[in-house]
Design a protein around this ligand. Sequence first.
Ligand code: AGP
Length: 605
Amino acid sequence: MCGIIGYTGKGRAEKIMLDALELLEYRGYDSAGIALLKGGSAQIVKGTGRVRDLRKLCADQKPEGTCGIGHTRWATHGGVCDANAHPHRFGHITLIHNGIIENYRELTEKYGLEGRLKSETDSEVAAAVLEHFYTGDPYSAIRRTVLKLKGTFALAIMFDDQPDKIFAVRNVSPIVAAVTPGGAILSSDVAAIVPYTAVYFVLPEFHVACLKPDGIEMYDLSGDREEIEWLKVDWDVTRSGKGGYPFYMEKEIMEQPQVIEETIRPRIKDNMPDFSSEGIPDKVFSACQRICVIACGTAMHAGLVGKSLIQAMIGIHVDVVMASEFMYNDPVVDKDTLVIAISQSGETIDTLEALKFARKCGSPSISIVNVKGASIARESEYVIYTNAGPEIAVASTKAYTTQLAVLYLVTARMAVARGLWGSEKIRNFIKELLRVPEVMKKILDTKDEIHRLAGTILNARDVFMIGRGLDYSILLEGSLKLKEVSYIHSEAYASGELKHGTIALITEDTPVIAVVTQEKLKSKELSNIREVQSRGARVLLLIKENETLDEGEKWSCIYRLPQMEDPFMVMPASIVLQLIAYYVSLDKGLDVDKPRNLAKVVTVE
Ligand code: AGP
């Protein structure tokens, strides 16, 4: 999950690439570098640290040129050090790489590279193999090299004697490219391209693109010229900035009412759920006997909410499987299993590989993806795009709630397709879904109160989050948010399970966040909360605004959630937990958008 950029044209490649790397930095940020091709060689400037540190190196070393490649790294092979930063150079070859070349050791041996490499990376081995095959024809060298590589790669390559040209080839790891005014550009994702143009294309796997100052040519591996399938960015380009917020995470939390509206409105016609624009026939929803959701992280937590909704309202079994585990646990999926792959980036390799496996088993598939044209979207039979717009913060917020919005619509469409609900029930469900944006706005208006609540756990070492059923699913996501942006150890626990062991960890003043939003679970949840309170826990309770509580109860603090039908309470509760995590990280002075060790898109298994 690194960020790659390439530019060739009339502009100043150094500036264009440094600006682009800043937009790509959320993909990986332990080191960065650029290389500029000029006068038959490449000048490389690179080192550990952020893009701002690379800018300082460039100011000192003053690289010149109008053709170059650049990279932000999330280390996979080899530690974080200057030598392992990209770009890498070997002989006539300069390249950058995103992915993992699994057979780099065999290649090192096969091509006698021991003692000739300057880094510990698999990427430099790829450069050396390219050099081995290079006799003046880039396409031939690339074709012969690619056939030797095992694993995933997005490669951007410059050859010393091919001035002003950048070559690119990929397998699984993403590359998009575009023609800009007076040049051509490639990147790991469209965020770095939109400042120049809204028209781009996704480089198909095992195709070679050649970027030149006057355009782009594309060939298949046998050397035949191929037509480029152009796409258009359909979100507001200006929305890719911070919009005046200190961090993207806050901006993206605040955007949720708008993007949820933009996600659900196009799929509601005459107050009925409608996926005709996605071309999904009702038989996909009516024929399946079970559902299997595959996803990672926050997307998986969205799947857990989908499971609760569909099982409760449709009555079919839903499995939610961690994509990284899916293929290794003998999954039982077949033509009667509808597979739903959920992914903000649409490039998470664990989810992509699991989806490919499920499709080989004959399962029909729908993906819920935020990035148009992403690999997972193209791999699935049908795709429902969330209209969240670019999500830059590593911690996913608006992508999560728009995934939920789609899952509410899928549940409703499934009820229609299976003839389970009358039109009145459907209309009421859709009416409640359409209330979500306004309810979220009410919560966002209380963000200062939530900021104060966040202050109660600012210095905590451990935070427990307890709830049952849907509340437990909400807290799994809330706990991940807190962990990944504040580095506080947090554990979401099914509150009924506490007494089977974990309650041993509750001592005087242990902070516990409890969510109680489901009427059918309330009394049990409240008694579980009393169990931890009686052992000294300091409880922050999230509960519906009109719930009555025993006067005698001592709550360290309560946040009253605006009232919605129980299945929809996920939305208001989630946004409160997002803000709590955000404010804790902000007040701890952390880099909220780029937490340590993380990257926005996980394209390694
Ligand atoms: C979410 O806050 C995390 N950054 C992470 O868990 C993320 O949800 C996960 O990596 C899946 O990413 P995807 O949605 O792009 O597939």
